[in-house]
Design a protein around this ligand. Structure first.
Ligand code: AHR
Length: 503
């Protein structure tokens, strides 16, 4: 049986785990908002039309900041369509997703929903087809207390207190030719800098995210970050990364190793940001907002689901409704490990998306809401990864992949909370057929015992939770885990994700 050895020391920290690492994303896309979080006719709907069964799952998932309202959607969006009396709000064509946007839910309603679920709003402005003034306008509407045209309009619309939105994204995926108003790095860098400066004139304490590359395979990857940061370094706090992964041509071995690609992506963007820092002679560091990441069967979307018929602009169509399997959940757990390993520089991240659209939570109109397989690693990591991420030393066997060459069979990270003394260890076994025994030297943690163990695995790695079988896959305690004489041993089933809590 393959084996792995792990050593950890609570003094060797990577960085503090920022709660914003466990963020998510709600875009006006498909059934994420309409028939997802919002369904006025649903038996569980509250007086505002929001499904309370979905709200309960969102709270259980433990999501911090939620990015809104897009995504590709935002580059064709007029924010002012989405506020004010509902009956006066225009229905618009959403060119990005070839749908009709009713604007029934907008900034004020979404901010109210976030208060109910206990999450923070991270708002994206449109820098594709709009510019500096519209960005400042929505900031004035949202954050100024009163006494101006737009803040008074918000009060008239029933929202007396300002929304106090701290985190703002300066557009979305502006490097992508698919983006409405796509720009070159030079052009985008200039408008992002101007917009950031104007927004800071209104509120200097905002946290601003400039667009990085849409993925690490973009032909402009690297040079895009360099040029954009040369223009915006003094104006912003974060640069974004986006990455979606899927299994290609039945190559599950490579798919299970995609977190190595995320590691490389993060390290490359950090290197580029630090290069610009050196070039400009600055001391401030730019952090990463990994504000779209997930498994997404993107090729399926492009071949089967994309709507192109110009006679048909459906409202809330079923788009990007991937059903996630065990292997997808193992990959999601591994991507969370990658984010935690870089907690010193990745200080915000958003699982894309939250409900129905490539989401951990699914719903049926008038029917149930349920947890996808990917729900479990996210919810458990969000709850247990508290304090500091630790630098762990891992020795293990490797295997060969077509996409990423030789990769470790096991991946791991640990966190330690000095306040409670609790430690959490997160592990994946990437082997498709062999269990792996992991031995962890926990001697430097003092006398500890196991508090919780959770493993996600199944004989069928493609098993999923569906409308007709909503609880097919879940997590179970791992009875093999034991701690004795400063050593923890645990057996990881083939293709599995595990979390252990010690204290
Ligand atoms: O999350 C789905 C889409 O993926 C987003 O709208 C876009 O930003 C990205 O390409």
């Amino acid at each position: 049986m393959p084996s792995a050895d792990l050593t950890l020391d609570p003094h060797f920290t990577v960085g503090r785990v920022n709660r914003r690492l466990f963020g998510s994303f709600v875009e006006h896309l498909g059934r994420c908002v309409y028939d997802g979080i919002y369904e006025p006719g649903h038996p569980s709907a509250d007086p505002e039309g929001f499904r309370t069964d979905v709200m309960e799952l969102v709270r259980e998932l433990g999501v911090s900041a939620i990015r809104y309202p897009g995504g590709n959607f935002v580059s064709g969006f007029r924010w002012e369509d989405s506020v004010g009396p509902r009956e006066e709000r225009p229905a618009r064509l959403d060119l990005a997703w070839h749908s009709t946007e009713s604007n029934e839910v907008g900034l004020d309603e979404f901010a109210g929903w976030l208060e109910k679920v206990g999450s923070e709003l991270m708002y994206a402005v449109n820098l594709g087809t709009r510019g500096v003034l519209e960005a400042v306008d929505v900031l004035e509407y949202a954050n100024i207390r009163s006494g101006t045209a737009l803040s008074d309009a918000r009060i008239k619309n029933g929202r007396v207190d300002p929304h106090r939105i701290k985190m703002w994204c300066l557009g979305n995926e502006m490097d992508g030719p698919w983006q409405l108003g796509h720009r070159s790095a030079e052009d985008y860098g200039k408008i992002a800098s101007q917009t950031a400066k104007a927004m800071r004139q209104l509120d200097p304490d905002l946290e601003l995210v400039v667009c990085g590359s849409s993925n690490a395979q973009m032909p402009t990857f690297g040079s895009w970050e360099h040029t954009v940061l040369r223009h915006t370094y003094d104006d912003v706090d974060y640069i974004s990364c986006h990455a979606y992964y899927e299994e290609h041509d039945g190559d599950a071995a490579s798919f299970l190793a995609v977190a190595t690609n995320m590691d490389h992506f993060i390290e490359s963007v950090v290197a580029t940001a630090d290069t610009v820092r050196a070039e400009l002679g600055r001391t401030k560091r730019i952090d990463i907002s990994f504000d779209e990441w997930n498994v997404w069967y993107n090729t399926r979307y492009h071949s089967e689901q994309q709507i192109t018929d110009i006679e048909r602009w459906p409202t809330a169509p079923r788009l990007l409704e991937d059903a996630y399997s065990v292997i997808d959940a193992v990959v999601v757990g591994n991507l969370l490990i990658s984010l935690l390993k870089h907690a010193d520089r990745v200080t915000s991240a958003s699982l894309a998306q939250l409900v129905n659209v490539i989401a951990p939570i699914m719903t049926e109109p008038g029917g149930p809401a349920w947890r996808q397989t990917t729900f479990f690693p996210f919810a458990i990591t969000s709850r247990l990864a508290v304090g500091h991420a630790l630098e762990v030393r891992l020795t293990c066997d490797t295997y060969e992949t077509k996409a990423y060459g030789e990769v470790p069979l096991v991946d791991a990270v640990a966190t330690h909370d000095p306040e409670t003394g609790r430690t959490a260890i997160f592990l994946v076994n990437r082997s498709l057929d062999a269990p792996t025994t992991v031995t962890v030297d926990v001697g430097r943690l003092g006398a500890v015992e196991l508090l919780e163990t959770h493993t996600l695995a199944d004989d069928d790695v493609y098993a999923a939770n569906t409308l007709t079988d909503q609880e097919r896959v879940g997590v179970s305690p791992n009875p093999s885990a034991t701690v004795a004489d400063g050593r923890l041993t645990v057996e990881l089933p083939a293709c599995s994700w595990t979390a252990l809590s010690l204290g």
